[in-house]
Write a protein that binds this ligand. Structure first.
Ligand code: NAP
Length: 325
């Protein structure tokens, strides 16, 4: 059977991104991420997805140093993504410098704007989720009507053009309305990727089609629906795992990869990281059937408060977004 670790997807800048990337949000102790990265790279993963926000970059840096020192891989063999968080929106290069220093790298392959939102962080991007006296998030720009998020993307373009610290730039958590606002204003570099929640329970075909039309690769976070892995409980996922004699996780990843999307699983279980790398050859009919699961029963599992109002469908409690329908 083909391996997911061997599939690359072409980006709009002519470079390639490995379709299987290891997610690095810490499940418990951030230090555990070091072994997760070492295990993944030794198993053949060549793509690590991280962010300043996750607080795990130092441990990823330790893992990379060990892997490079032992000659397991060279820097050029890996594709590493990091992101600038909304509370650090005013200083993307400072955020990037901190990420590079923690990772022990001179450059990242991809630098993403984590959310199209501007939160009121200090010069070091802290606190990460600033709140006012009433417990509401403190924004520096209206999350629904503000346009500062476009300036942040312009700064990413400047970093790409004027430094050697990033090879490509992109976005994350951009809905269709936000992409519609950004794309006509891009100076020179269309985002290569939009990283969003995507799995068989979340049928965002309109967003995927919009990205495809604009040559933006969709990168899927929470491929099994995050904590509790609800996607793995879908009867069709179980049935297909049995049919192809693979794990349910591999069906969830194949659903993305065979549709030309990047998939970003995370696990604290080293055995699981190692063993979920096969790519079962699901048929077009099976991929379509998996899509229908979400059409009939849609669920979004990551409904962070800073995503409220961005125009995503099935965002629990989001009434602001209705105006975008
Ligand atoms: N751009 C963004 O805003 C954003 C947002 C969220 C995530 N991300 C990225 O995407 C990555 C993955 O996201 P995620 O953590 O939400 O996704 P996920 O991979 O869908 O879910 C991981 C969770 O599923 C559990 N799991 C996986 N397989 C299982 C199995 N066979 N049985 C039981 N439990 C299982 C894992 O537990 P175990 O640890 O026990 O395996 C873990 O708790 C993150 O690490 C991050 O890199 C990006």
């Amino acid at each position: 059977m083909k391996l997911a670790t061997e599939v690359d997807i072409e980006l709009n800048n002519g470079k390639k991104i490995p379709a299987l990337g290891l997610g690095t949000v810490a499940s418990d102790d951030p230090k555990d991420v070091k072994d997760q990265v070492i295990t993944a790279v030794k198993a053949g993963y060549r793509h690590i997805d991280t962010a300043w926000f996750y607080g795990t970059e130092k441990y990823i840096g330790e893992a990379l140093k060990e892997l490079f020192d032992e000659g397991v891989v060279k820097r050029d063999d890996l594709f590493i993504t990091t992101k600038v968080w909304p509370s650090f929106y005013h200083s993307p290069e400072k955020s990037l410098d901190q990420s590079l220093s923690d990772l022990g790298l001179d450059y990242v392959d991809l630098f993403l704007q984590h959310w199209p939102v501007c939160l009121h962080g200090d010069e070091n991007g802290l606190p990460k989720a600033p709140k006012d006296a009433n417990g509401n998030l403190e924004y520096d720009d209206d999350p629904v009507t503000g346009t500062k998020f476009i300036d942040v993307y312009h700064t990413l373009e400047d970093i790409l053009d004027n430094t050697s610290k990033v090879k490509a730039i992109g976005v994350s958590n951009y809905s269709i309305p936000k992409l519609r606002e950004l794309l006509p204003k891009v100076k020179k570099h269309i985002p290569v990727v939009n990283q969003i929640e995507y799995h068989p329970h979340l049928p965002q075909q309109d967003l995927v089609d919009f990205c495809e039309k604009n040559k933006i690769v969709v990168s899927c976070y929470s491929p099994v629906g995050s904590g509790g892995a609800p996607v793995l409980k879908i009867p069709l996922v179980k049935e297909l795992a049995k049919k192809y004699d693979v794990t349910e996780n591999e069906i969830a990843n194949a659903y993305n990869i065979l549709n030309n999307r990047v998939t970003l699983p995370r696990s604290s279980n080293l055995e699981r990281i190692k063993t979920i790398i096969r790519l079962p050859p699901l048929t077009k009919e099976e991929l379509d059937e998996l899509y229908q699961v979400g059409v009939n029963d849609p669920h979004r599992y990551i409904c962070d408060p800073w995503g409220y109002g961005l125009g995503f469908k099935w965002w629990t409690g989001d009434t602001l977004s209705k105006e975008f329908d």
